[in-house]
Ligand binder design. Structure first.
Ligand code: 1CP
Length: 344
């Protein structure tokens, strides 16, 4: 299919001499051009729902650095909003949602087959990007995984441990399962429409997977990701899926096989040498430089980048950070990282 695209080749299982590279949150506040476009949009949500400007910020890091992939500019919390939760962002703090805490609250949410109505601008952004990206750049669509999305819906915000969602699943498993099922259905529809609009790869962000232990990890992280992956694979057998069960630790082992994902993204708490042996053995991995190196730079940035490239050089690998780049990062350090990946 897309054999000129390094990211597609790697996701198909090829081991390239130079791994493809992109960065989580590559369109973000560390870039002055992003801050300018965001100011023009007014606020973060207005930027997400403005297809021309959302496409513009998606393209900015591609123009500046020539990453191998572009990720759609949007947010995982647009799905809860489309399901009927109120969503707003508090400057300097983060997202706020009207919390969903009871079976009645869940019953009042919109059905999954209606979410596409408010998400139309996102599909338009994908269509613009699909037309405007350079031929060698892969377009990644994404959504939050059900557990992570549910944690924000139940708490109404990001918390240190997403405790409210853990409390609800323990106290009212039937209601919590209904919420997971609703998010799963909405996410399948959301990703399918991104693919119809031109997304070539989809990624599921399970940022709070690491807070689940024992059988709960399988039930709330692995199984919903498997259900979404299988549904996408049934309809779009050639579209690769990247799964990111962040901070899953030893639960990364076997995750790709158990879910059907084509690639597992690794956070920076796992050792690259360990992951090469235990996770990459099943196929493609993505990761996992600590984002702090983009702030601190220096020889450590170069050494760590080279170490990770070397550790994963025996199999398919997509170079990335272990989590999103932070607003205080130095844009010149991104170039230094890219040079270290591409020139050794
Ligand atoms: O001020 C700003 O400009 C807003 C900062 C910002 C950005 C740039 C937010 C708010 N979201 C985004 C974009 C975004 N979010 C993307 C776009 C593509 C890219 O990577 O460039 C993606 C993929 C996300 C995904 C996302 N949003 C996740 C999963 C990944 C992760 O970081 O763990 C999560 C948990 C969110 C929720 C969210 N949105 C924004 C913030 C600050 C947060 C985290 C809130 C919290 O936990 O407190």
């Amino acid at each position: 299919m897309n054999h000129t695209k390094t990211l597609m080749r790697t996701l198909a299982g090829e081991t390239l001499d130079i791994p493809p590279v992109w960065m989580m949150r590559q369109a973000g506040r560390y870039l002055p051009e992003y801050r300018a476009t965001r100011a023009k949009a007014g606020d973060f949500l207005s930027l997400c729902y403005n297809p021309e400007l959302a496409a513009e910020v998606t393209l900015q890091p591609i123009r500046r650095y020539g990453f191998d992939a572009a990720i759609l500019f949007a947010d995982i919390l647009l799905v809860p909003q489309a399901l009927g939760a109120d969503l707003w962002f508090v400057a300097g703090e983060g997202p706020r949602l009207s919390p969903v805490t009871t079976a009645d609250d869940i019953a009042r949410l919109r059905p999954a087959d209606e979410v596409h109505e408010t998400l139309q601008p996102i599909y338009e952004t994908v269509r613009i990007l699909s037309a405007e990206l350079p031929v060698e750049t892969t377009l990644i669509g994404f959504a939050g995984a059900p557990w992570t999305v549910a944690t924000y819906m139940v708490a109404g915000r990001g918390t240190p441990d997403q405790g409210p969602a853990h409390a609800l699943r323990a106290e009212n498993p039937a209601a919590f399962d209904a919420l997971i099922a609703l998010i799963t259905d909405a996410t399948i529809d959301y990703l399918a429409r991104q693919i119809d609009a031109g997304a070539e790869v989809v990624k599921l962000f399970d940022s709070w997977a690491g807070s689940l232990t024992g059988p709960d990890f399988n039930r709330y992280s692995l199984e919903p990701i498997r259900n979404i992956t299988q549904a996408i694979k049934t309809r779009y057998p050639h579209v690769p899926v990247i799964a990111f069960p962040r901070e899953a630790g030893k639960n990364y082992v076997g995750f790709a096989q158990a879910t059907g994902a084509d690639c597992v993204a690794l956070d920076n708490s796992v050792d690259a040498e360990w992951a090469a042996e235990k996770v990459q053995i099943d196929g493609c991995v993505q990761g996992n430089l600590a984002p702090r190196h983009m702030v601190t730079g220096g020889q450590e940035l170069i050494d760590e980048t080279r170490r990770i490239v070397k550790a994963f050089s025996g199999g398919p690998h997509i170079f990335n950070l272990g989590h999103g780049i932070t607003p205080d990062a130095d844009p010149d350090n991104v170039q230094r990282m890219l040079d270290a990946v591409r020139q050794g």
